[in-house]
Write a protein that binds this ligand. Sequence first.
Ligand SMILES: [Zn+2]
Length: 391
Amino acid sequence: MKKPRLNGSNRWNNMTDIPANYEFSRERFRASASAISDRWAGCRFISHALADSPDLMIDVISADATREKQKLLIITTGLHGVEGYVGAAVLQLFIEEYPPRLEPETTGLLLVHPINPYGMKRRIRVNQNGVDLNRNFEDDLSALKTLNPHYESLASLLNPARPLKSPLYEKLAFAWNVLKALPRGASLIRETALMGQYRAPDGMYFGGFEPQEETKFIQRTIFNQITEYAQIVFLDIHTGYGPRWQMTLCNPPSEKMSAQETAARFGVPRAVGVNPEEFYTIHGDMVEYFRKRVQEKYPEKKMYAAAFEFGTYGDSLLESIHSLRTTVFENCLRRHGGSDAIRKWMKREYDELFVPSDPKWLKKAEADARQAFEGILRAEGFFKEESSYFE
Ligand SMILES: [Zn+2]
C-alpha cells in the first residue's frame, strides 16, 4: 500500500499523546499505517466519507493474515465521537508497541479511527443526527420504542427543554431537580438516564429511529473481515465511566466469564459485566451486537469482546451526579442554546469528562491500556512464542 508522507521531522515526537484535533489525529493514524503495512503484505487503508460531511472520514487499517487466517484483532475507537481523542492515543500506543509481537502469517488486524468522526470533530458524543451510536446497534429499533418507561417522568431533570441561564442558576436548579428525583432511587435515575431511549430525538442517549450510516459501515466492515478467522478479539475504547485512576474492562451481557474470572484471566485489576448490578443496562450496544451475531452465525468461532472504559470524573455518587449534570447541560446547550458564561464553563466541564487534561491521567491510562493489551493478547494466544520474541 502507499505510505502516507510525513510532513516535518519533529511533528510526531510525542506519538501517543492525545491529539489536539480530529484532522491531526487522522493524519497521524494514516501515517502510522506504514508500521502495519511493513509487516502485513496486502494491508489496506479504507476510508468512508460521511455522506453529508465528506471531509469527515471513518478510517480503517485492514490487514489480513498473510498465510492462514487464524486470529483477528479488532480495535475500534471514537464510537462516542469526543471519546475518540483518548481512543486515538490508545490506538497509537497499540500501533507503536504491539505489531512486532504478533504473527502476521496467522494474525489479522482491523483498526478503526474513529467510528463517529462528526462527534470527534465537534467534541461531542453523538453523531450528526443526535444519535448515541452505542445505542444504535439493533436490527429492529422500532421494537425498542416502549423501552425506558420512566424517561418522560424525569424530563425536567434529564431533558430541560429551554435555553440555559447562568452557571450558578443552573447548578442550583439541577441540584433541586436531583433532590426531587432522589426519593425514586439513585439506581432508577441512573438506569433511566443511561440505558438509552428511542422516543425523544432531542433527548440524551437517543438510540435513533433507524440504523445510522456509521453503524451500517461498521457492520459491513466487520462482517466482511471476520468470516474466515477462527478466533476474534474485539476491543472498543471509551472514556467517562468508572473510577478516575483505573481503567475498567467491560464485558458484554452475553459474556459467560464472570467479572472476577475475567480480571484473573487477563491480569487486570478491574472488570465488570454490563448489567444493572455492575454497570448499567444498555440496549443497542456495539460490542454485544457483534458478540451475539458471531455466536449465532458462527458458533464454532472463539470470540472475546469487551470495552475499555477509562474513568475521568470518578464513580462516587457525587461524581456520578456531576457527570450526569455535564451530560444533561451539554445536550441542552446544543439543542436550546444558553448564556456565554455557561457555554464557556461547559466546554471545560465536558472536555474534562471525556478528554482529561492532567498529563498524569494520560500516563496512568497508558499504563492501564498496556496492562490490558498484554493480559488479553497473551491469554488469547496472540503473541509470538515469547522465546522467539526475545531472541
Ligand atoms: Zn463511550
